[in-house]
Design a protein around this ligand. Structure first.
Ligand code: SF4
Length: 189
């Protein structure tokens, strides 16, 4: 299901309120480093497309960060093509779909990569710290870590959603864009 259009100026607030941890992490790293490697650009870029960021805003969004690191010229030469490509405006003109949890969880981030699912790919220490920053309290935290240790990553994400929103998520989380849509439904009601 398509969600409404979002604009550039809303992304910061939406990242804090409604992005699942996998996308929050990428977003924060992008802001911090003004750069993401290919896997991260794909995972976050397609997610943002799915939440309703239009191509022009997507280009402006990535340009604002990357030009601080590599310069505007290199951004246009090396990165803008891929963004247009994700929106089906280049190459085979396939309209690429955002990654499901299954796909994100089964990815294999290497050194310096920030994509993947934090519930699967973070150390316990980093995961606890990240969950704390999302506002998960001590009791919820232990339940989430317990699910992670049993390799139930999506259940851990669902419990995180419930802890952060103070509301149940009966369907369970199976797609980062579903997390976003369900979050917005609760916050806007
Ligand atoms: Fe993202 Fe899905 Fe992992 Fe949650 S379970 S952090 S939505 S990949």
């Amino acid at each position: 299901r398509e969600s409404a259009e979002i604009s550039l100026k809303d992304i910061d607030n939406l990242a804090r309120s409604s992005f699942p941890l996998c996308m929050r992490h990428l977003y924060e790293k992008l802001k911090e480093d003004h750069h993401l490697k290919h896997g991260g650009r794909m995972q976050l870029g397609l997610f943002l497309k799915g939440v309703g960021l239009k191509l022009d805003d997507a280009l402006a969004f990535w340009r604002a960060e990357f030009s601080q690191k590599v310069g505007a010229e290199r951004f246009e030469k090396e990165y803008a093509y891929n963004i247009r490509h994700n929106y089906g405006r280049e190459g085979k003109r396939v309209d690429y779909t955002p990654f499901s949890c299954q796909k994100v969880i089964s990815s294999t981030p290497g050194v310096g990569d920030h994509h993947g699912c934090p519930f699967r790919h973070f150390s316990e220490e980093n995961l606890r710290a990240a969950l704390g920053r999302m506002g998960v309290g001590n009791r919820g935290m232990d339940d989430i870590i317990d699910k992670v240790q049993n390799r139930h990553y999506q259940v851990a994400c669902t419990l995180t959603f419930e802890a952060v929103h103070g509301s149940t998520c009966d369907a369970g989380i199976n797609h980062p864009n579903q997390y976003f849509i369900d979050s917005q439904k609760i916050l806007q009601s």
